[in-house]
Design a binder for this molecule. Structure first.
Ligand SMILES: NC(=O)c1ccc[n+]([C@@H]2O[C@H](COP(=O)([O-])OP(=O)(O)OC[C@H]3O[C@@H](n4cnc5c(N)ncnc54)[C@H](O)[C@@H]3O)[C@@H](O)[C@H]2O)c1
Length: 403
């Protein structure tokens, strides 16, 4: 298939591009490299030394024999160029990762709130209108988030895959309707994903676009079979307070001798997926598009749920680390339970990669290898959900000597 991977230079997009390329798909990456520019703004770098995009694409061709295209294009602001690229490539499938994806960054200040909404909503809407305008019948697979559902809203009921059946009282008795699960975003970033959902519903209904929205859990892990073929293909690893995600942060912290940073009590339960499963799920999704006229197909792209404190204890036990309880910069429940349906991916053949010591070890090795690249002043999260909320001081000012 001819596949365009929007945001294909990012943490999920790069391994997905290589996986699809390896599987024989003809891949073109579209990315404006905004994620790399945000690293410059935040004065932090990926823990792993990611190479410039043209170099990593060149290395991939060298090691695999497969060419991957690249277009530097801002989806939110360069509509005409987007149309031209779509008409040139005429993709059969489009995978859309290209959004500002960090909740803490989206809450950092007024500028980052506005940027996140402008970037994400416009990127998605430009893409949808460009598909309608060009008449290109590509199926669209978008990366949403489990965070659109919020946490704790439905009590102990497992979170369904996108839709909820409700009873509506009418003068003639009750009728049943299927509605999008109520949106309950916990940050400006999550809010943009709930707005994406509405746009997808409209364009599927009005224009017959074929859309799959993947509500993904927190991704952990670093490497896939493709990115580990050459060090110059290495995937990015975010460890900083804004972009680092919880389990990868714990692995990095344990590997460098930093206490594990648990926010609040650590009673938050979240959904997780390993990066190796992310790339498989994307291929499953592009191989199983909905039909024109169908409502957007929503799948929960996650394989397991864990309480944050349980994860911290597991990493602390396996790798030997202390746990630090820090003020929670987010406005969220201290504790929640979480049960999630993921029947569709399982039925479509996903074999979940679940948390195991072997995979934790891979994270530890990556973090240990590149520990000298860590700036300890970037580890504590300082983006707060409301001005004036308490944050912690740095726990470590200098990197402890290598064990
Ligand atoms: N990483 C996770 O744990 C996680 C969890 C759930 C959902 N997701 C979703 O998956 C997607 C990918 O996440 P990621 O971790 O790879 O993020 P990332 O920031 O590493 O990658 C996103 C890529 O999109 C590009 N991009 C952003 N705006 C763009 C624009 N306007 N035009 C062109 N390119 C643009 C960035 O430069 C970057 O390379 C995101 O939409 C995110 O919301 C990620």
């Amino acid at each position: 298939m001819r596949v365009m991977v929007l945001g294909g230079d990012g943490f999920c997009g790069w391994p997905t591009s290589l996986y699809l390329s390896d599987r024989g798909h003809e891949v073109t990456i579209i990315d404006n490299l905004s994620r790399r520019k945000i690293d410059v703004e935040l004065e932090v770098e990926s823990l792993t030394p990611i190479r410039p995009v043209s170099e990593r694409i060149g290395v991939w061709e060298e090691v695999s024999g497969h060419a991957v295209g690249f277009v530097n294009l801002d989806l939110a602001t360069e509509y005409d160029r987007l149309v031209a690229v779509l008409e040139k490539i005429r993709p059969e499938a489009i995978v859309h990762f290209a959004e500002q994806r960090a909740a803490p960054y989206s809450m950092r200040n007024t500028h980052t709130k506005r940027y996140t909404v402008d970037n994400n909503v416009r990127a998605t809407h430009n893409l949808l209108t460009a598909l309608v305008a060009t008449g290109i019948d590509a199926s669209l697979v978008h990366l949403g988030t489990m965070g659109v559902y919020g946490y704790g809203w439905s009590g102990s009921a497992p979170i369904p895959e996108g839709y909820l059946t409700v009873k509506v009282p009418t003068p003639d008795g009750e009728i049943e309707r299927e509605i999008l699960h109520p949106a309950n975003p916990g940050s400006v970033y999550h809010m943009t994903k709930t707005l994406d959902q509405l746009m997808f519903s409209f364009y599927a209904k009005n224009d017959g676009l074929r859309i799959t929205d993947l509500h993904q859990g927190i991704v952990w892990g670093t490497q896939t079979d493709q990115t580990s073929r050459d060090e110059r293909l290495i995937n990015r690893f975010d460890y900083d307070g804004d972009y680092g995600t919880v389990l990868n942060r714990f692995l990095m912290q344990a590997a460098i001798g930093h206490p594990l940073t648990v926010h609040g009590t650590g009673g938050q339960t979240r959904a997780f997926i390993h990066i190796r499963d992310t790339v498989r799920c994307i291929e499953i999704a592009i191989n199983n598009p909905p039909l024109a006229g169908d409502k957007p197909r929503v799948l929960n792209q996650m394989t397991e749920t864990h309480r944050v404190l349980d994860l911290a204890k597991m990493v602390a036990d396996v790798m030997g680390a202390d746990i630090a309880y820090l003020p929670n910069p987010r406005r969220e429940a201290d504790e929640n339970d979480l049960a999630v349906r993921n029947d569709q991916f399982l039925a479509l053949g996903l074999k979940p990669t679940t948390l195991s010591e072997g995979l934790l070890e891979e994270g530890r090795l990556v973090a240990a290898r590149y520990r000298d690249r860590v700036d300890p002043s970037k580890i504590v999260c300082r983006s707060v959900w409301r001005a004036g909320m308490e944050t912690a001081d740095d726990l470590v000012t200098e990197l402890p000597a290598q064990a």
